[in-house]
Write a protein that binds this ligand. Structure first.
Ligand code: MN
Length: 199
């Protein structure tokens, strides 16, 4: 039997992002939603050509194939959530490391311009999805994807992400997605993770 995908541990305690993201939200989001994608994926790939493949390989092999949508969605959501947890940290926000800041200034003018573009992507995504800071060629961009979509299948390198599915904020903010997004950008965003992903 090939190895199953496992739910990676959260990089912090479930109350570490409070009050921007409550322990209640984080507990459901990680323990129910993220775990659900991993469990569903394991069921869907058991006994198929995808069993034992990495998430990245499954995502690449199933993207854009309507008959593989369920496998793609669960693999991509498993990947996106792990990337999201690392895109946040307690006492995040503030100023990015110099190497990232230079690229931000080249693309957005300044760090505040970058935050505004990310907030615009996050709040304008219609329905469920994700906002991303990506490297497109050598240029930083703020982009959005719907549902399980991710930049890996669009030829772009993700640096950080913000989950804008309602399950990411509804317990804490109800319909006020912008308040959640601005709180994340000001107090939780992990610029060190984004800089490390410049690679
Ligand atoms: Mn989510």
């Amino acid at each position: 039997m090939s190895e199953q995908h496992s739910l990676p541990p959260l990089p912090y305690a479930d109350n570490a992002l409070d009050p921007v993201i409550s322990a209640n939200t984080l507990g459901f989001h990680y323990g129910k939603h993220h775990r659900g994608y991993v469990d569903n994926l394991n069921k869907l790939v058991a006994g198929t050509e995808y069993a034992g493949l990495s998430l990245e390989k499954i995502i690449a092999a199933t993207a854009g194939r309507p008959e593989k949508t369920a496998i793609f969605n669960n693999a991509a959501q498993a990947w996106n959530h792990t990337f999201y947890w690392h895109s946040l940290k307690p006492n995040g926000g503030g100023e990015p490391p110099a190497v990232l800041k230079q690229k931000i200034e080249a693309a957005f003018g300044n760090v505040d311009g970058c935050r505004k573009e990310l907030a615009a992507a996050a709040t304008s995504q219609f329905g469920s999805g994700w906002a991303w800071l990506v490297l497109d060629g050598d240029t930083l961009k703020a982009v959005k994807t719907g549902n399980a979509g991710l930049p890996l299948t669009m030829g772009m390198k993700p640096l950080l992400t913000i989950d804008v599915w309602e399950h990411a904020y509804y317990l804490d903010y109800q319909n006020r997605r912008a308040d959640y997004v601005n709180g994340v950008l000001e107090k939780l965003i992990n610029w060190d993770f984004a800089a490390a992903n410049l690679g």
